[in-house]
Ligand binder design. Sequence first.
Ligand code: KIV
Ligand code: NA
Length: 265
Amino acid sequence: RRRVRTRHLLELKQRGEAWPMLTSYDMYTARIFDEAGIPVLLVGDSAANNVYGYDTTVPVTVEELIPLVRAVTRGARSALVVADLPFGSYEASPEQALATAVRFMKEGGAHAVKLEGGRPFARHVEALVNAGIPVMGHIGFTPQSEHTLGGYRVQGRGEQAEELAADARALQDAGAFAVVLEMVSSDSAKRVTAELTIPTVGIGAGPECDAQVLVWTDMAGMNTGRTARFVKRYADLGGTLARAAQEFADEVRGGAFPAPEHSFE
Ligand code: KIV
Ligand code: NA
């Protein structure tokens, strides 16, 4: 199989074919999702929560994320691997954004990067695209700004719809190849998706987006806690792993493991 390219995603939009994206933070999930036909893998800064156990995405660093990107690019044969730029690593200037994005490409082996923000970040996006780095935008609810946005709240309703559409257009004009819409009302997401020539990737943004993304630990039930309304659980990996660990523990304590077939004469 050949490597997925950003132009393939554009072709899917033109043909009206929806496509899936998942986060991945390690080699096994990268390999499994790649072989399952997921064309785009995101090494999200949601690794802050799902790998490192932070409460928000704010504290995670470039140094913590780059090794995860390297693991995912090793595991993914054909998926396009997108690396998230973490909070504090790109906002100050297009120059800072470029320096950080270059590290994710050179040290991590990423094929593209993603950053949060609309019109104020068009210059940052443009600098990266000019340097040959494909950029995915991310607007609507942007978790790195949760303290400004006042928590997890749906974006793009009412008067905000115009602002959101302007942000989306600015990212497209700056050269972004796709834009994530997070927790955006379905109406607003539908409008942005129709206006843009580049694909929209929804998470909690309704059924009209060109693509859908979920955090893998949410969709596979690794995260056994409460999840957002927009999450659908497709598996209970957390339960499955807990049962496997319990059974192993029981068999070790009871002497059933290891059996002769697991032992050498
Ligand atoms: O970090 C992440 O997982 C994301 C997706 C939810 C889009 O940014
Ligand atoms: Na993210």
